[in-house]
Structures are given as C-alpha cells and as structure tokens.
Design a protein around this ligand. Structure first.
Ligand SMILES: [Zn+2]
Length: 113
C-alpha cells in the first residue's frame, strides 16, 4: 500500500504493529541432535523421520574433492605464487599497486630535478 498523506502517530503505530520478526521454530534431529526446520531433512546428517534420506557425508566429501580440483586447476593456470596465500586476483592487484607506486616515485624524482 502506498502512503499518500500524512498519518497520525496512532495510524503509523497500528500499521507497524505487525512488523516484528518472529523467531523461526526449529525441531531437534533425532539422529544427531542438531536443530533443523520442522518437516525438513536434517542438514547436518541427512536424516528425516529416523532414516537416512541423503548421504551428507558423501556429499561433503564430493564437495571437498571438487574444491580441491578447482584450486589445482587455478594454480596450474596461473602458475604457483610460492608462499603467498593471496588468491591470483588479489596477487595481480598487489602487483598493480606496486607498479603505480614506482611510477609515482619516478615522477617525484623528475620534479625534483
Ligand atoms: Zn541430524
């Protein structure tokens, strides 16, 4: 609803009386004890109603393997940066900054002359 005119404070308060957030209701997993949405599979262990619906440990393992493969692919593509923990994009930014600083120093030297 679009508010076109000034309302009284009471009118505004009445409208806002429904704006409070409610805490979500959560159920406790019968298998691992973690909290999960009621009538939904437990996201920690993949159990629903006492039986395994999705093998979450296998999913986790597959995900880690996927991430590792991706990391290796990136490293092979960009070349190893040695001991720096920076991602390739960040390392490039640092190099750009270093170049800019060098250019500034050169300008200063020229001005000094
Ligand atoms: Zn669980």
């Amino acid at each position: 609803m679009v508010i076109r005119m000034r309302h009284t404070r009471a009118h505004t308060a009445n409208r806002r009386s429904h704006h409070a957030l409610k805490a979500p209701t959560l159920a406790v997993c019968s298998n691992c004890g973690a909290k999960h949405r009621p009538h939904h599979m437990c996201l920690d262990c993949g159990f629903y109603k006492g039986r395994m619906v999705v093998d979450m440990s296998a999913k986790k393992k597959a995900r880690e393997e996927r991430l590792q493969a991706k990391k290796e692919a990136i490293q092979a593509q960009t070349g190893d940066y040695g001991q720096t923990d920076l991602a390739p994009v960040e390392a490039e930014k640092v190099e750009e900054k270093v170049e800019k600083v060098e250019v500034k120093e050169e300008k200063k030297k020229k001005e000094a002359k």
